[in-house]
Design a protein around this ligand. Structure first.
Ligand SMILES: Nc1ncnc2c1ncn2[C@@H]1O[C@H](COP(=O)(O)OP(=O)(O)O)[C@@H](O)[C@H]1O
Ligand SMILES: [Mg+2]
Length: 282
C-alpha cells in the first residue's frame, strides 16, 4: 500500500472535523473521496500533506510512518498537493510558478518543465504571463503542473474541477487520467462525483468526518443511495440516512451552473497553513 490513512481524528480548535477516517491508496490507483461540503475532504488531504496536525490515528506512506513528518519533508518523500482554490502566485509568471513546485529539490528542472509543458501545451504558450492573469482553467492546470514539478509518487488533488466550464472539466479529468497513466498515483477530492467516479478505480464517501461507504468507483456509480445523494437525484439526500433510491441521472449535474465563472481571471492567494486556535504540531 502506498498511502495508508488509519483512523485519523483531526480538530479545528474544539471542532472535530475528522472522526476516524481510514483510506488506503495503492500504487498506480486513482482513488477519489466524494462528499458534500464540510464532509472533511479538504481536511483529509491537508492532513496527508502535513498542513493539519493529527489528534490521533496515523498516516503511513511508502512503508514509513509520516504522522509527525513536517510538510516540506513529505513533499520530498513524494507527496504532491494541488490545493483547493489553486494557490497560484498571481504576480509570478507561469514558469516561475512551476519552478516554485520544485523548490524543495536542487538541480536542473528542465526535464520536469518539459514534461509539464508537454502535458499542458497551454502553459508552454503562456510561460511568461503572470499567473494571476490566467483564466480559471489555466490556473488549475498551473496548480497541477506545479505539484508535478516535485515528481510526486502520489498527487493529491482538491476539487480540480471547481468553477470550470463543462468543457474544461472534461479536459482536466482527461489530464488526470493521463498523469495516472504515466505512473503517478492520484488521490482526488471532488464534489463533481459523477466525473470523479468515472475516472477513479476506487472511491470513499465521506459524511461529517466519517467514511460511510467505500467501494470500486464503478459500483458507486450504480449505487442507488450514492446516485440519489451525489449524482443529481435530490440535493439533500445523504448516503448515511435512509434515502429513497432513484432520481434523475448524472447529466442533471450542478456543474452547468458553474460555467459563468470560467474566463474571469482568478487571483488566488498562495495556500498557507491557516491560523486558528489549534496549536500546530512540532
Ligand atoms: N479553518 C477552519 N476552522 C474551523 N473549522 C474548519 C476549518 N476548515 C474546515 N473546518 C470545518 O471542518 C469540517 C470539514 O471541512 P473540510 O475538510 O473543508 O470539508 P470539505 O472539503 O469536505 O468541504 C467542516 O465542518 C468545516 O466547517
Ligand atoms: Mg473542500
Amino acid at each position: 500500500m502506498l498511502l495508508e490513512i488509519n483512523d485519523i481524528h483531526v480538530h479545528y480548535g474544539k471542532i472535530a472535523a475528522l472522526k476516524g477516517i481510514s483510506v488506503e491508496v495503492d500504487e498506480g490507483e486513482i482513488v477519489t473521496l466524494i462528499g458534500a461540503n464540510g464532509a472533511g475532504k479538504t481536511t483529509t488531504l491537508k492532513t496527508v500533506s502535513g498542513l493539519r496536525p493529527l489528534s490521533s490515528g496515523s498516516i503511513r506512506f511508502a512503508g514509513a510512518d509520516i504522522s509527525k513528518m513536517p510538510g516540506h519533508k513529505r513533499v520530498l518523500a513524494g507527496i504532491g498537493q494541488s490545493p483547493e482554490g489553486r494557490g497560484v502566485f498571481p504576480g509570478m509568471t507561469v514558469e516561475e510558478n512551476l519552478l516554485m513546485g520544485a523548490y524543495a529539490r536542487r538541480g536542473d528542472f528542465s526535464q520536469e518543465l518539459a514534461e509539464v509543458y508537454e502535458l499542458f501545451p497551454r502553459l508552454a504558450e503562456r510561460k511568461s504571463q503572470a499567473g494571476g492573469t490566467m483564466s480559471g482553467g489555466e490556473q488549475q492546470m498551473l496548480a497541477i503542473g506545479r505539484a508535478l514539478m516535485a515528481k510526486p509518487k502520489v498527487l493529491l488533488l482538491d476539487e480540480p474541477s471547481m468553477g470550470l466550464a463543462p468543457k474544461l472539466v472534461q479536459q482536466i479529468f482527461s489530464i488526470i487520467v493521463e498523469i495516472n497513466r504515466r505512473g503517478t498515483t492520484v488521490l482526488l477530492v471532488e464534489q463533481n462525483a459523477s466525473q470523479a467516479l468515472q475516472i477513479a478505480h476506487r472511491a470513499y464517501v465521506l459524511e461529517t468526518g466519517r467514511v460511510v461507504k467505500s467501494a470500486p468507483a464503478a459500483d458507486l456509480l450504480d449505487d442507488p443511495q450514492v446516485r440519489a445523494a451525489y449524482l443529481g437525484g435530490g440535493a439533500d439526500a445523504q448516503v448515511g440516512t435512509d434515502t429513497p433510491a432513484g432520481g434523475p441521472a448524472a447529466d442533471a449535474s450542478p456543474s452547468v451552473a458553474r460555467e459563468v465563472s470560467e474566463e474571469a481571471p482568478l487571483v488566488a492567494a498562495p495556500e498557507t497553513v491557516e491560523e486558528d486556535d489549534t496549536p500546530s504540531s512540532s
